[in-house]
Design a protein around this ligand. Structure first.
Ligand code: PMP
Length: 298
């Protein structure tokens, strides 16, 4: 059994100072725990540098604002704290998890005066999906749960509450022998995976759902840029599930997932083809700091 996450060694940045990893605790009567008043980020450092550090911080602040609270530190302080966390943990290639939440002053739906807390942890997390399955393309099923209408939930925030349906969908997929689930949205359109965005390839063009009710991922935007700079057309549009039969390749994008090929979604099969492979390689180069000397390879 792997060491549980509350038992790692190291330090966590917690409300402005580093504390021993095992002491970075919250009380059971914390608003965030009961009412999901919590936002977070998932970032990766490569070669000692956090990829898109500022973009993730901007999203963390925007997510907090969407949930009606203000992070009590400047973006500069958070950026420096993230970098210092990776350094103190002695990591170069690492996952970084900032989290901000409402504390304990009020315990009810209303939490107008609650203190906002912020923590940043970092750990080594090499591959989100099993590396062998990743090589062949992961197997996915279609989730029962749907991404909510923007009038039903603050769907552009990276907020803890939005992950309830992701965990339910991922658990069901895993119980059925799949690696992940593809979620439709409230209209029945293809949306995304439980923690990553989705792309399809047909006739040399990429097709990806318009992110109007789910996270427009930072990796998604990076990969769209990489594809376009290679001359690959990227079409953001409505994709209906019955179109899956017509696509040749499929992959997921996300900070944790990076570019992960998909081999199967329910009855539909895809090949791990040249465009997916090229973008996997280009992404792996793009995330490395220029100082690592790898950027010129592509
Ligand atoms: N959708 C969901 C539900 C996610 O959890 C993530 C991961 N943050 C993404 C998409 C991809 O976002 P990003 O590329 O910014 O990591």
């Amino acid at each position: 059994m792997a060491v549980p996450f509350d038992q790692h060694e190291g330090e966590i940045w917690y409300d402005g100072a580093f504390v021993p990893w095992k002491d970075a605790k919250v009380h059971v009567l914390t608003h965030a725990l009961h009412y999901a008043s919590c936002v977070f980020e998932g970032e990766r450092a490569y070669g000692g540098e956090i990829f898109e550090c500022e973009a993730h911080t901007n999203r963390l602040f925007a997510s907090a604002e969407t949930l009606g609270f203000e992070i009590p530190y400047s973006k500069e302080v958070i950026n420096a704290a993230k970098r210092e966390t990776v350094k103190r943990m002695g990591l170069t290639d690492a996952y970084v998890r900032p989290v901000a939440w409402r504390g304990s002053e009020m315990m009810g739906v209303s939490a107008q005066k609650n203190t906002i807390h912020v923590a940043i942890a970092s750990w080594a997390w090499p591959s989100y999906f099993d590396p062998a399955a990743r090589e062949k393309g992961i197997r996915m099923m279609v989730a029962d749960w749907r991404r909510p209408d923007p009038l039903t939930a603050p769907c552009h925030a990276k907020a803890a509450g939005l992950y309830m349906i992701c965990t339910l969908s991922k658990h069901k997929a895993e119980s059925n022998g799949y690696a992940d689930a593809m979620m439709l949205d409230y209209r029945g359109q293809v949306a995304e995976a439980t923690g990553a965005n989705i792309f399809f390839q047909k006739d040399g063009k990429l097709h990806t759902p318009t992110p109007d009710c789910f996270l427009d991922g930072i990796t998604r935007r990076t990969v769209i840029g990489l594809a376009r700079s290679r001359g690959i057309e990227v079409v953001e549009r409505v994709i209906m599930p019955d179109e899956l039969a017509s696509f040749e390749e499929c992959f997921l994008t996300g900070t944790a997932a990076e570019v992960t090929p998909v081999g199967e979604i329910g009855p539909y099969n895809f090949t791990v083809g040249p465009i997916t492979r090229a973008l996997m390689d280009e992404y792996a180069v793009a995330v490395r700091p220029a100082s690592a000397g790898l950027r010129d390879v592509a």
